[in-house]
Design a protein around this ligand. Structure first.
Ligand code: NAD
Length: 275
């Protein structure tokens, strides 16, 4: 088993670059999928209060026999829980469900539904960090404008921004801003939710040349761009297949060809449509 490479945040904490996502997986199924992922070698799990499966994730982690310190757990503040006090309460609930006394990474899931509330929420995250109950804090679905406001109104910056990213939505502009500010980029829906991306002829050709799957080629592209990536699957063979993306490499020309597929095609909500 190959271990995932680690990326180090500006606060010194490291995150396994290849993780495992559990959006749209019911609580019991999440327990089974995370158990399988941990067995295969993943050591980074991405959940959220909104996914309603933190308890299943917690049960899988507890049952794995793997020391808690060896597993990186991310969860997120849900949209109904913005505001300083509400965010602190929501974090307590997440810890309880996860059955742990800290998370590795706590994110603001969306800068919505009320755009002016994420600043007080961020102050709650700063307190959670200061109290040692999260090892790092970050954001998700933040545009440059949202990041700039956070920078202007607070004294700390997120370690990461988790945003929709795949070859059809390469996020070149936001990634360049994040790189300039030493904020790690994390790709959600990295496989384009398993849709038409996975039959793209250019990707199929690259996959055939490597004798690997299109999903593996796409995950390689994320990894070689230096992003954190969190593919989701509940199918054991695919959970293993996605993890094996660690084991080969794309050429510079192949990376450039995949970069060329960007067409700004979004599958999820645009952060500006918040609220
Ligand atoms: P994804 O891009 O990871 O695609 C998952 C789907 O692709 C699976 O349901 C399956 O249909 C297919 N698939 C997976 N592995 C495959 C393989 N090897 N071969 C063929 N098909 C395969 O989609 P996602 O779940 O939307 O995103 C991944 C994770 O990102 C989520 O689980 C969640 O943790 C996170 N996420 C975060 C946000 C956010 O707002 N922060 C939003 C969406 C997703």
């Amino acid at each position: 088993m190959t271990n995932s490479p680690l990326l180090t945040f500006h606060n010194g904490v490291s995150i396994p670059q290849l993780g495992f996502g559990v959006w749209q997986v019911a609580d019991d199924a999440a327990e089974a999928a995370v158990s399988e992922a941990l067995r295969v070698g993943y050591r980074h799990i991405d959940t959220a209060a909104l996914y309603q499966n933190e308890a299943g994730v917690g049960r899988a982690v507890a049952a794995s026999g793997i020391p808690r310190a060896d597993i990186f757990i991310t969860t997120k503040l849900g949209n109904p829980d913005h505001g300083y006090d509400a965010a602190l309460r929501a974090f307590d609930t997440s810890l309880e469900k996860l059955d742990t006394d800290y998370v590795d990474l706590y994110l603001i899931h969306w800068p919505q539904p009320k755009r002016d509330e994420y600043v007080p929420s961020w102050r709650a995250l700063e307190k959670i960090l200061a109290d040692g109950r999260a090892r790092a804090i970050g954001v998700s679905n933040f545009t440059i404008e949202f990041l700039e406001r956070l920078a202007a109104e607070t004294d700390s910056k997120p370690v990461i921004n988790q945003i929709e990213t795949h070859p059809y939505l390469a996020q070149v502009h936001v990634r360049s801003y994040l790189a300039d500010h030493d904020i790690v980029h994390e790709s959600w829906s990295p496989l384009g939710q398993g849709g038409e991306l996975l039959t793209d002829p250019a990707l199929v050709a690259i996959a055939q040349a490597h004798d690997h799957s299109v999903a593996q080629v796409v995950l390689r592209w994320h990894l070689q761009r230096g992003s954190v990536v969190i593919p989701k699957s509940v199918t054991p063979s695919r959970i293993a297949e996605n993890y094996a993306a660690l084991e080969f490499e794309l050429s510079t020309a192949e990376m450039a060809a995949i970069d060329g597929l960007d067409k700004g095609k979004r599958l999820g909500t645009h952060p500006d449509d918040a609220g």
